[in-house]
Design a protein around this ligand. Structure first.
Ligand SMILES: Nc1ncnc2c1ncn2[C@@H]1O[C@H](COP(=O)(O)OP(=O)(O)OP(=O)(O)O)[C@@H](O)[C@H]1O
Ligand SMILES: [Mg+2]
Length: 465
């Protein structure tokens, strides 16, 4: 986006002659123009194509111009919308301005130059705003965005996607191994955007007991089930107008997947035990460390839900595929852990850290440094301040392009590691999680997945964020 980027204009009118006329004028001003003959067709187009400004008629069949304007402003607050009003409809013009329209112009356009001038001024405003946003985004990407550190191409691409998506309502699926920063990215997407003051509700689908998920998400009425002493609003409703972040969405049981899909289609929730539906408008972000692409082919994840969630995917590369980020991540964490103390990593310790594979990714790196800072008393972190598995990595330093393990290899290694640690700590889950550098929720999931540790712990299953 530079000084001379091309304005994209969408014209909405049920009369073809008006659309043609506006397109001719728009194109003469160098815009790229698209058209729609109704509000709903225009909304569908806006889902697919980036548009800077919209010129819409007010009186159209099915959806009125006002209704259309409202929906555009809600879903795409950055798009400027101007309205065309017929003779004597001052009230609609005023109403439109109140709803955030850029300006209005009366039809028929007596001298065509008036329309030309109108569109040119509007484009000037759009350019000005876009330029500013561009500059702001660039400086955000150059420093760091919501504490997301990394110079690797992988992370820079992620930052660019965040800048592009933060002010939209597009569903985003964030995929990546445990500890790669999925939640961090979801929060950045929400809190860095223009809708940051709206609610952000995170739900860990993996740590909820299946029977509770529905009532947590959709809410319930008093008396809906034993123990429902009063009505409770669901999390979807709490997130209304904002974002719901479905963490570990791959863990949702199939039955709940169907209910979630229905919600995404109808945008309505019906609390358990109620026969009233409530309209809810939320932006969906979902995270998964599973490969949903193969899960839906196996039938364990609904294909239709997958496609709804996966409008845009942000994939976070594992740390071992962006080792060049390790030094700046380390510096960042050390400054955060011991502000102003100037703690550094010795050359050999850094060599070991660069060679190590970091199965727990950034979280494991963070935990490893936390431990080193707590144990070591000097300003330099040496190899022997690192956990043995990492310290050893230096000895048989592997070339960075060592052959990749297959997924099953990795799963076997993961299972074996967890089993070993789990028996070492005699089943103490909190300690095992710490040693493995993974969250409690992740540990529970993995134990379940690999059937390690026998019985479920019933007190652990209802934690919500
Ligand atoms: N690029 C990064 N820059 C700075 N900190 C990061 C980065 N990536 C991850 N972190 C930190 O690492 C920790 C783990 O990140 P996060 O919880 O977002 O991972 P996750 O992918 O959601 O993991 P899980 O699958 O286990 O839930 C957090 O403390 C986060 O702040
Ligand atoms: Mg997470």
């Amino acid at each position: 986006m530079t000084q001379d980027f091309r304005i994209r204009l969408l014209i909405v009118d049920d009369e073809q002659t008006i659309r043609r006329l506006c397109i001719t004028i728009g194109e003469s001003l160098g815009f790229s123009c698209i058209e729609a003959e109704s509000g709903d067709a225009a909304l569908a187009l806006l889902q697919e194509q980036p548009v800077h400004m919209v010129l819409t008629d007010m009186v159209m069949p099915r959806m009125s111009g006002i209704e259309f304007l409202e929906q555009v402003k809600r879903a795409h607050p950055r798009i400027e919308v101007a309205v065309m009003t017929g003779h004597g409809s001052v009230e609609t013009a005023v109403q439109a301005m109140k709803l955030g329209a850029y300006d209005y112009i009366s039809k028929p356009f007596a001298p065509l130059d008036e329309l030309r001038l109108f569109l040119r001024r509007m484009a000037d405003k759009v350019r000005l705003v876009e330029e500013n946003l561009y500059l702001r985004e660039r400086s955000e990407t150059e420093t760091s965005l919501h504490g997301i550190i990394g110079n690797s191409t992988g992370i820079q691409n992620v930052l660019r996607l965040i800048s592009r998506l933060k002010d939209t309502r597009t569903p985003v699926l964030i995929s990546g191994e445990s500890g790669t920063g999925k939640e961090l990215v979801a929060r950045a997407l929400h809190f860095r955007g223009t809708m940051a003051s709206r609610p952000f509700v995170a739900v860990d689908c993996g740590s909820l007991v299946p029977t509770l998920i529905e009532s947590e998400l959709f809410g319930y009425e008093k008396g809906a089930f034993t123990g429902a002493l009063r009505s409770k609003q669901g999390l979807l409703q709490s997130a209304d107008t904002g974002t719901i972040f479905l963490d570990e969405v791959g863990e949702l049981p199939l039955e709940m997947q169907a209910k979630l899909l229905r919600f995404l289609q109808e945008k309505e929730v019906r609390p358990v035990g109620s026969n009233q539906k409530v309209k809810v408008d939320v932006r969906i972000m979902a995270a998964t460390n599973r490969d949903l692409d193969t899960e839906y082919q196996k039938g364990t994840f609904r294909k239709d839900l997958y496609f709804r969630l996966n409008v845009v995917t942000i994939s976070l590369p594992p740390l071992r595929e962006r080792r060049s980020d390790i030094p700046i991540l380390a510096a960042f964490f050390l400054e955060r852990l011991a502000p102003g103390r100037g703690v550094q990593v010795s050359g050999n310790a850094m060599k070991a850290m660069l060679a190590y594979d970091w199965p727990g990714n950034v979280r494991e790196l963070e935990n490893c440094l936390e431990r080193a800072v707590a144990l070591g008393d000097q300003r330099i972190i040496e190899v022997n301040d690192l956990p043995p598995s990492i310290a050893r990595a230096e000895v048989h330093t592997q070339p960075l392009d060592a052959p990749e393990f297959s997924r099953t290899d990795l799963e076997d290694i993961e299972r074996a590691t967890i089993e070993r640690v789990f028996s070492q700590v005699k089943g103490d889950k909190a300690l095992a999680g710490k040693m493995l550098g993974i969250s409690r929720a992740t540990l529970y999931r993995k134990l379940k997945r690999y059937s390690i540790g026998g019985r479920e712990d019933p007190t652990q299953s209802t934690t919500l964020q």
